[in-house]
Design a protein. Sequence first.
Lengths: 306, 306
Amino acid sequence: MTYCVAIHTDAGLVFLADSRTNAGVDHISTFRKLTVFEREGERVLVLMTSGNLSISQSVVSDLSEGVTETEGLWAARNMFEAARIVGEAVRRVHAREIAALRAHDVDFNISLILGGQIGGERCRLFQIYPAGNFIEASEAASYFQIGESKYGKPILDRVIDRRTPLDGAAKCALTSMDSTLRSNISVGLPLDLLVYEADSLRVTHFSLIRDQNPYFRMLSSTWGERLKQVFSAMPNPVWGDAESALSLSSGTAQPVRVTPAAQPAAGPQPVPTPAAAPPPAASPPAIQRAAGDTPATTPGQPSMPE
Amino acid sequence: MTYCVAIHTDAGLVFLADSRTNAGVDHISTFRKLTVFEREGERVLVLMTSGNLSISQSVVSDLSEGVTETEGLWAARNMFEAARIVGEAVRRVHAREIAALRAHDVDFNISLILGGQIGGERCRLFQIYPAGNFIEASEAASYFQIGESKYGKPILDRVIDRRTPLDGAAKCALTSMDSTLRSNISVGLPLDLLVYEADSLRVTHFSLIRDQNPYFRMLSSTWGERLKQVFSAMPNPVWGDAESALSLSSGTAQPVRVTPAAQPAAGPQPVPTPAAAPPPAASPPAIQRAAGDTPATTPGQPSMPE
């Protein structure tokens, strides 16, 4: 798998990609998923890919090999046109590969992030889908993730908006990556981090972050420690005292409970082993619901909410 | 979707389930996913379900309706047998439903968590799969999640071990749920929280947590605020000074760069519109890799790592 995140703020763009690829657990290797098209002073385009590695490589090759400076991404007049060119490359690869992939039940699995700036146009950021269609980041949705996106999403949701400074956005992207690295073994170092300052029309900062990188080590250990400190400092719940500001009490609410059905015949019976349990007898069903959330069931006619 | 988490510590068990179900975005409703089988002083079993709601309901019904106290989960002699009984219920529902589901291309989608204690046996916690097979939590893997598990996994990975006190585990489960609620609209309040203290053989604490619950409100706002404070307090990266303890510098490492291929003919050419761009010419390919991570490519023969 992969985890890539790109953040668009007023100050520019931040791109971060891991570099792990795997085909099964015994075939793990490193593939860099961030590619730069830069003509200093004129355009910077950054492309990140996730999905099937052969498809990703085919798309990047389609966009780069033999493409002169008067063609393709080198000639796109604006970022929207650049996103369309990437989408068209995805569609060409799809047309070429899909029949063979289907014959092996392999999905056409690729997602891309494209961001950058061309000439006097503003910075823009796009996410491109396997069908070659795409969406653009906006004021309200100012980051994109591809690959293993869920572990690292909460911190982005809490911290990022358009006013976040570039270094803060880089710090947030790395924090989001740190959570992902810890929780998913299919995402791994080194990391490609690229920071683009709006209107600079050149790569502002780049780092290939390995495990001994001092900042990333500091961030990773500090974040983990502080998180634990903050967690420990939050008060534990209070049970039973409904007036407490820390009360977890929900009054008389009860969990959904099951009670045994009545015995079909009087008197105790030998306990059957479960494997030999008879089919449910015609005794009244036994799901009871407490007051408060769902209506109590009429005995003999339980109903589950939909 | 759903998010349920159960934590097994030396002190007992914590179960937390959301209650949202949806079939498309215009069919959202509340379904409680946590069910208790309790015979005070003798056994407490807690079952949580995620997946297709009709399948979850069928399994819970199979385990409860018409089942007398000498059968099924009421008669299981230990938790392993209880997990096997739940697995058999899953298999019965599968046998009954799978043909019809397949005819509509619907997956047999269900995951369950079963935990509790029977008589003098220790507390145990199991996760049960759609095939009815199951695994048990261990010292090293002391929690299980089902449903939308990824958003809330990092905090569990950082905080939980077997020595975590029960109230701390409840706090952690709620923090994990808070991150999930914020990042995924298919998970929603109210929450069923059940705390089981080892050897008590009855439900120790239960709360049905709605949005006005004072503890959960405190936890949610405090956690969010503190997270932002900790994040802000972490230093920003330093660029350029490789000696700094906060350096993000990676020396001479460069991103993977693409450069334009040589023009097939001498002299400037008119810039074609990308849609009309000619197929890649036979000029040398143009992917360059910097020293440090991947070998630089021989001009004319680029190779991507696998």
